[in-house]
Design a binder for this molecule. Structure first.
Ligand code: ZN
Length: 696
């Protein structure tokens, strides 16, 4: 799984381990689901074939809040017991024998299956999708929270024929009956239950094949046909690169990627079926600001690291996230070059060093470590290992590990043992420094980077000189600036040392054509001096929505006489999927004197205030809430939308909304208004605001 970058600091993995059941080996699971979107009810039937390893008299499955209508062992009724967590059946079972168990059940899942837009009028907004990792597939299927139980699953789903149903495996056939269609999927290899997934919505797909012949299916919403290329740019290359670099063939029958609304994370690597946030569905300008390449490569790498070989439990989470992050970085190196690769490593090292300075450094073997540790320190550990033992030993070790533990589970020491076979260096020290120690070895990291990249070495030397030399900062920086041709080095100088640089230096720097250098110049300048006015105005034409948003805002603030010109120039630009340019534009247009006639003002205001509605993605809604609440009193409708947001399934958006609501509740008149508005609420929203008002 990949979390959005801004959240890396905040999230702890919170892993709870399922209970193993060594007496039994579940082999095959045949699943049939009928899903009712309005009531959110799932009617299911699952038949498991299992083998008995040691004689036993009871077997359980994880099953959260399910009603069982029939439980049959080899076709006969069997005694069972159910609670909110599990179903256990009782029967004397002999070692070496195989049995089949058929369960019929209904459930309304509290989590793991998300129903979106079924209350809206827009058909295209309607989706259903799952998130198994951390949310437990046992909320919709009697299955196994323990990751070591690997089963070959086959899914059949019955749904309204006007939608598309996508799930793990090959779509063998579909059958139509009474306006309902059955989609029948087939898998060939076993996997852990948390990797089961389905997505339902209106989609089209673009299909191709990898060099090794694996079908690649790229899904998109019908309205997004022009965004398919920039969204999925390099997908085939990444797939072929990973397949060659890892040196073990992609282990599943096909690979599908499906964007979904309001996803919980950036992406999730369900077996052969990655779901990802539709916030990555972008045009080619947004590609420069925020693209899917890294998440694309990360989830793909998990198909080997996590899905083919799965951690035994959360103590070995490095084997998933460290590896997916590292291999994604290698794929990016292949696409964007060494400069990109080393700067990214350097930046993550700085974040990790900062965490260590705050006394929050964590060991990679700590199951409760933060994502920053699992992902970025995890990738660094692999880079350090590869640098120490060399490319060839590293690749052989990884291949031996994948081969030995394929379709099964492993521990960190299993991995180290395999790698140790191919190197004379003793990996104990590596294990101590990188896996067991909490500290981040920043000095060692700087050494590795300095020998690998001339530009990073120049930068580290510059930092050193700036903190010790008596010369003026600008003089020192100027010398480095004139000598280098590296655009990343220049960008980072601006980002870190903008305050040390004079306006005339900045004016020179604006001559660069590099979008990232120009963006750095833009976002590090608050008030624009007159000498930079023209340079800033040229930013409004840059092919970057982040640059345009920031330049527009800064120009509008700094030069009131030219506001109308700036607004005219940027009218109609929507920007990133979170509508960053459009929202700022609407706000500034409404605030600009003599720009709009009454009718325009009314329609733009309505549009701006309307973006807090559940019709829009939570990224758009959050952006709208934060702009509006800074400048205007919220309308009753905004407050109603905020109460709805306070119980949203995405915890980051929910937390944002709750904080804003708390701020509003401190104001007596706002509080009265909220109490009045909450009278119209029902269900979750009502329960939340009631509990909040009681505390107040
Ligand atoms: Zn991941």
């Amino acid at each position: 799984m990949k979390l959005t970058f801004s959240l890396l600091f905040l999230i702890f993995s919170g892993l709870i381990f399922g209970q193993p059941q060594p007496a039994i080996d579940f082999l095959v699971g045949e699943i049939e689901l009928q899903i009712e979107p309005i009531t959110q009810k799932i009617e299911g039937k699952v038949t498991y074939l299992f083998e008995v390893n040691q004689k036993t008299d009871s077997v359980f499955l994880d099953a959260k809040n399910m009603n069982f209508t029939s439980v049959l062992l080899n076709g006969k009724k069997v005694r069972y017991n159910e609670n909110k967590e599990k179903i256990t059946f009782y029967k004397k079972l002999k070692a070496g024998r195989r049995y089949d168990l058929t369960l019929l059940y209904t459930t309304i899942p509290k989590q793991t299956v998300y129903f979106l837009g079924w209350q809206d009028s827009e058909a295209v907004n309607k989706q259903i999708w799952t998130q198994g990792q951390g949310k437990y597939t046992s909320h919709w299927l009697p299955s196994f929270d323990d990751m070591t139980e690997k089963v070959e699953f086959d899914l059949s789903i019955i749904f309204d024929e006007d939608y598309d149903v996508i799930a793990n495996g090959i779509l063998k056939k579909t059958e139509l009956k009474d306006g309902y269609r059955t989609w029948v999927f087939d898998m060939k290899k076993p996997m852990s239950s948390y990797l089961l997934a389905f997505a339902i919505g209106q989609y089209e797909s673009k299909n191709s094949k990898s060099n090794s012949g694996i079908p690649l299916e790229l899904y998109y919403y019908p309205k997004d046909s022009l965004n398919v290329e920039p969204t999925y740019r390099y997908t085939g290359q990444i797939f072929n690169f990973l397949n060659d670099e890892i040196g073990i063939d992609y282990p599943w029958q096909n690979y599908k990627q499906i964007p979904v609304r309001d996803f919980l994370y950036a992406g999730m690597e369900n077996t052969g079926t990655t779901l990802f946030s539709d916030g990555f569905v972008i045009d080619s300008i947004a590609f420069e600001d925020k693209n899917y390449v890294n998440v694309n490569a990360h989830e793909m790498a998990h198909q080997w690291f996590g899905n083919l070989v799965t951690e035994r439990d959360g103590n070995h989470h490095w084997l998933h996230e460290g590896f997916a992050t590292f291999y994604a970085l290698l794929a990016e190196k292949e696409l964007f070059g060494e400069d990109y690769f080393y700067w990214k490593l350097y930046k993550s090292a700085r974040q990790l060093q900062k965490l260590a300075q705050q006394g929050k450094a964590e060991a990679l073997t700590d199951p409760l470590a933060s994502s920053l540790t699992f992902y970025e320190k995890g990738a660094w550990a692999l880079y350090a290992l590869r640098t120490t033992i060399g490319d060839s030993a590293f690749r052989k070790g990884v291949q031996a590990y994948l081969n030995k533990f394929k379709y099964s589970n492993a521990t960190i020491s299993d991995f180290i043992k395999e790698v140790q076979r191919f190197t004379d260096s003793d990996l104990k020290e590596f294990g101590q420094t990188w896996l067991q120690d909490r500290n981040f070895p920043y000095e060692e990291v700087k050494k590795i980077l300095s020998t690998s990249s001339v530009d990073i070495k120049t930068y580290l030397d510059l930092q050193q000189e700036l903190s010790t030399s008596s010369m003026s900062n600008e003089e020192i920086i100027k010398r480095v600036w004139m000598k280098t041709t590296s655009t990343r080095l220049k960008e980072n100088i601006i980002l870190d040392y903008r305050k040390s640089l004079s306006d005339s230096f900045i004016k020179e720097a604006f001559n660069s054509k590099d979008l990232k250098i120009r963006q750095a110049l833009c976002i590090t300048t608050d008030r624009i001096p007159v000498i930079l006015k023209e340079a800033f105005e040229s930013l409004l034409e840059d092919k970057s929505y982040i640059t345009v948003e920031n330049a527009l805002y800064r120009l509008w603030i700094s030069f009131p006489d030219d506001r109308i010109g700036y607004l005219d120039k940027t009218k109609g630009i929507v920007g990133l999927p979170n509508k960053n340019v459009r929202l700022v534009w609407l706000l500034l247009a409404v605030l600009t004197k003599d720009y709009l006639n009454d009718e325009q003002k009314e329609s733009y205001t309505e549009e701006l205030f309307g973006y807090t509605s559940p019709e829009y993605s939570f990224e758009v809604r959050q952006n709208a809430f934060s702009l509006l609440s800074e400048v205007f009193p919220l309308t009753d409708q905004n407050i109603a939308d905020l109460l709805n947001a306070a119980v949203h399934h995405s915890w980051q958006f929910r937390n944002y909304a709750r904080k804003l609501l708390e701020t509003l509740l401190k104001d007596e008149s706002e509080k009265e208004r909220i109490i009045e508005l909450s009278k119209k609420l029902k269900g979750k929203e009502l329960r939340y605001i009631k509990s909040k008002l009681e505390v107040e």
